[in-house]
Write a protein that binds this ligand. Sequence first.
Ligand SMILES: C[S@@+](CC[C@H](N)C(=O)[O-])C[C@H]1O[C@@H](n2cnc3c(N)ncnc32)[C@H](O)[C@@H]1O
Length: 286
Amino acid sequence: MLEPREIKTQFEAAPVSCMQDVMEVKQGIRRNFARRAQSYDRHAGMQRLMAHRLVAAVGGSLAGARCILEIGCGTGYLTGLLRQANREARLVALDLDAALVAAARRRLGPEAGVAWLVADGETQLRGSYDLVIANATFQWFTRPGETLAAYYLGLAPGGVLAFSTLGPQTFQELAEAMNRAARSLKLPATPPIPAQGFGDRQAWSDRLYQAGFSQVRLAREMVTATFPSVPEFLKALQATGATNPRPGPISPRLLTALMEAYQTNYGRDGVIPVSYEMIWAVAEKS
Ligand SMILES: C[S@@+](CC[C@H](N)C(=O)[O-])C[C@H]1O[C@@H](n2cnc3c(N)ncnc32)[C@H](O)[C@@H]1O
């Protein structure tokens, strides 16, 4: 069993209030994922599931696209699926961090003919894309509404924006255990976890319509993973880099209480459940 202090927990979220905060959060996101470029693939089963469902949801728009942009390519799992499904398209893949882009480039090799970019996906798009696509990335956006509007402008007429993302019920057991732990220690406030700030299906639907998209399809599914123990889950979470971009301090007492609350309330038959709220969206520019 790991001691609490051995797990550097990074799941207390702080509110994002001004431009400097936004930049700090983005740097934190970049750093978290970059540090885990080596371990991400071993722990990203859920993200792979989301990627396959995303490709299925896009359907014929993928095979027919001549120009594709992937946002947040990470280590390149979805990039590989895109190239398999469409060998002819001009494929541009970008990520915030150079280490991740390098890992993706290695995964696909030079013959894949992908144009790799180290860039923030939350900027104006240059060009005219038939498909803009992203897997398990948009939940980290700091300006999702403005960004979707920029994608709308950067799509060719008839072009498609398709993405998967995680909703606010992701890791709901962890959030609840945090509440219970804070109450049991009589802490004045319960620190929220980052997933509680993720947009839900309705929020993404509203943003897509506000951005100008007219034909919007959304799907949502709760998927439960199991882990042998709470420390194993926290270690795996860290290994994917999906942790708090601006970690606050967490005392060993709170961490111990959190793990006990999680285990006591949710542990069954030697495992603990971990919920993922998965959301897929496909929106067309008419
Ligand atoms: C959970 S990983 C998913 C990686 C990959 N799409 C996959 O399915 O395995 C999220 C990725 O999004 C990237 N990311 C987050 N915010 C981004 C942004 N604003 N622009 C570009 N990439 C971003 C991170 O660096 C990370 O590689």
